[in-house]
Ligand binder design. Structure first.
Ligand code: SF4
Ligand code: SF4
Length: 369
């Protein structure tokens, strides 16, 4: 199951609280769960570091969205009269007084009172370097740890009941147009390309056009054309998926307006034969080039096909056939064995894939295989 954004955030911060209940502030926590403009400053106040972001930056605007995180943090820090993160942690949720009580500090101490005063005075500039001088480094650090723990409790209480993180706000299914993706052609909105955290989806340069697809059958030891049809591609380019980069997180499916998932139904390319063979339940292609021949391995609906091109001759095999023919004149050169008629549709598709990923005018991951 794939989860990101606000539902993940509220689960993540609850986990932080459970961890801190057990271990206190002894271990730094690197946090990455549904961070966005709204909650970045909230989580900075828990003393989490580093805070990392993925899903939100995959939305429209990309990395430029992150500037709004810092604007919001600056606004909050300015309004609290602080200019460093530790002081922001002290003041963000108003928990410093409680923390002072929790760590049993002598309330008659002048330095403690000076610190308390700076907490309460609006407009006073609290600086952690000054707090360390006033209270001493050890007390200042203990106090900071205690405030982080209290802030965690406060924030988790708030976020857990906040509508933004609740079921109702997060139960709308992704918007879909009601059509199922196919190997070729789609709305070509390109959303699946930038939203992939692994950069596994790419534009596959197969130009639009019509390809005649022949079907051959053997009768009385002779091959005949049984049928002709047309494979028509309408879009300017196609969408491909590089299987070796894809961890099947499903994010591209969320953003794709069509059903089925680009990473499942669009042409999937494997980086080597081992990976093609290992993922035998996945349809896809592996293209191999060496000095002697070009080879295309493919799986369609779970059935394996292979194509070997040596000069003008082509060997083409599938689940129940193994044939050979000249590329330019299959009708008059075809030979081999077949248990039934042989459609050249998958052959034409394999040729298209080979041409697209070996096309030197466009660069894709698969071009480097
Ligand atoms: S499912 Fe694969 S291609 Fe789609 S976003 Fe996740 S990693 Fe990328
Ligand atoms: S596969 Fe889906 S998201 Fe990708 S270009 Fe086609 S319609 Fe858009």
């Amino acid at each position: 199951m794939y989860l990101s954004g606000t539902p993940l955030h509220v689960l993540g911060i609850n986990l932080v609280q459970q961890f801190r209940e057990r271990f206190g502030d002894r271990f730094p926590i690197s946090f990455s769960a549904g961070i966005d403009r709204t909650n970045f400053a909230d989580t900075v106040a828990l003393g989490l570091t580093p805070i990392t972001v993925c899903s939100d930056l995959l939305k429209v605007g990309g990395y430029s969205r992150s500037s709004s995180y810092f604007k919001e943090l600056n606004t909050r820090m300015d309004s609290l009269g602080v200019s460093d993160i530790e002081s922001y942690i002290f003041k963000a949720y108003g928990n410093a007084e409680q923390a002072l009580r929790n760590i049993v500090i002598d309330y008659g101490d002048e330095s403690v009172n000076a610190f308390r005063k700076s907490l309460q005075e609006s407009g006073s500039q609290l600086k952690f370097s000054q707090v360390r001088k006033t209270l001493g480094a050890e007390i200042a650090n203990n106090l900071l740890s205690e405030v982080k723990l209290l802030n965690t409790i406060t924030y988790v209480e708030q976020a857990t009941v906040h509508k933004r993180y609740g079921f109702e706000k997060n139960s709308t299914p992704p918007r879909k147009v009601g059509s199922m993706l196919e190997l070729f052609d789609c709305l070509t909105c390109d959303k699946c390309i930038p939203v992939c955290p692994n950069d596994a989806n790419f534009a596959l340069h197969i130009p639009p056009g019509e390809t005649e697809v022949l079907e051959f059958e053997q009768r009385s030891d002779k091959w005949h054309i049984k049928d002709r049809k047309t494979l028509k591609l309408e879009k300017k380019y196609q969408i491909g998926n590089f299987a070796d980069f894809c961890n099947e997180c499903g994010n591209c499916d969320i953003f794709c307006p069509e059903d089925g998932g680009p990473f499942v139904l669009k042409p999937r390319f494997f980086g080597n034969l081992e990976s093609f063979q290992q993922f035998s339940s996945h349809d896809g292609f592996f293209i191999e080039k060496n000095n002697e021949a070009e080879k295309v391995y493919a799986r369609f609906d779970g059935n394996e096909y292979s194509l070997s091109i040596k000069g003008e001759y082509i060997s083409y095999s599938g689940p129940d056939f193994n044939i050979r023919f000249s590329k330019d004149d299959p009708m008059n050169t075809i030979s081999g064995e077949a248990k039934s008629s042989v459609s050249f549709e998958n052959y034409e598709i394999m040729q298209m894939m080979k041409t697209a990923v070996t096309d030197s005018s466009s660069v894709t991951y698969s071009s480097f295989l």
